[in-house]
Write a protein that binds this ligand. Sequence first.
Ligand code: BES
Ligand code: ZN
Length: 456
Amino acid sequence: MEEILGYIKNNKQNYIEELKEFLKIPSISTLTENKNDIARCAQFVSDNLKKIGLSRVEIIKTEGHPLVYGEWLGAPGKPTILIYGHYDVQPVDPVELWNSPPFEPTLKNGKIFARGATDDKGQVFMHFKSAEAYFKNEGSLPLNVKFIIEGEEEVGSESLNIFLKNNSDLLKCDAVLISDSSLYGPGIPTLTYGLRGIAYLEVEMIGPNRDLHSGSFGGAVANPINKMAQLISKLLDKDGKVTIPGFYDDVIKLTKKEKENFKTLKFSDKNFAKDLGVDELNGEKGFSTLERLWARPTFDCNGIIGGFTGKGAKTVIPSKVTAKISMRLVPDQDPNKIAKLFERHIKKIAPKSVKIKVTNLHGGYPSLTNIENPANIAASKAMAKAFGKKTVFMREGGSIPIVTEFSKKLKAPVVLMGLGLNTENLHSPNEHFDLNHFELGIISSAYFMKEFAETK
Ligand code: BES
Ligand code: ZN
């Protein structure tokens, strides 16, 4: 292990230079104009996996964005891990708020700034580089490794879902290893055992058949934006509870033990509020902040498009408005069921003066992993060794929809070894990744391979 660790230390600068090349590619999955960049990015991933020494690497075409598969199965009798990650990124807007261009990776104060730095290119790359360290020093890995890196995580993982259904033999493994989440705090080794799910819908509300003069018509015909605002405000009550009938039916209550564990994590509401620049936090009554974030479902409007948004004033009653809605879900809520309940309810409470169209954009199941399995135990030991501290366990508010599909279809435990920080501006301007955590992630990955190999 000494040699491996030495190699990682000595090569950190090279790794960062390579990561920069990865980050330069604007692989935004939701925008059709970035389709070529997505293809270039899949090629980069494939080239890098070949370069580090895998025996088989393939770019797999799909109806959507390509998948990259890689494997090295030269350790017969040893366990097999499947390493998953995503090379796609979120859009960069509002681009004017970035201190350096999102696709020109910039180093500052031990961090690398670029879209995708922490979510997820920087984290995926840690595993490429730990494998490289083994190949360069020992010519082999301690166990069998498969990689599946996708380009649609940020838009719902549809193609990987289909691929997984038809190719569960190819992806068969003893554990799935994912680094696409966060540490509890800087320098704290952390494993995540729960993720929220999501239901994402778009609601279009249509009023008059054309935009109207707000003086000649205002007051006599419904303004869709006013109606949409009223509708949205009805979906949460004064205690922060979602008012959709049946919404909470399948929510599993927190156990006493879990509540206690959350408390031991010593979360500071004050520091959290300060970091976000708000005077007061806000959420469902009767729950702590960690409970609200990790174990309670939400309703949020993510954006409203409609009416006059240009400079100056224009007096107009818009003909239509669109709202983007997300609901974060917790076990055992079902995204399809929630989407139906939502649609039924809003159609019922919307006024007759407007028409409504609901589109279900994507959904993902929440997940909860029992961590008493050899893979999570090995990961906990590995991170503790790398960081020199005891590993903590937490849940998370974000979603990685494919996690539930992996557990169901591969029947293997999932290890969520995230090395990001929730303060690293993922999905927001000035996304970055702590390079110290990058190195600790490579070391954790290397230790994990050794630890888990010894379990068989
Ligand atoms: N890496 C994130 C999920 C995440 C964020 C996990 C923070 C833990 C901490 C992932 O790439 C992501 O953003 N997922 C989307 C999924 C959605 C588009 C289906 C999300 O949560 O919004
Ligand atoms: Zn991600």
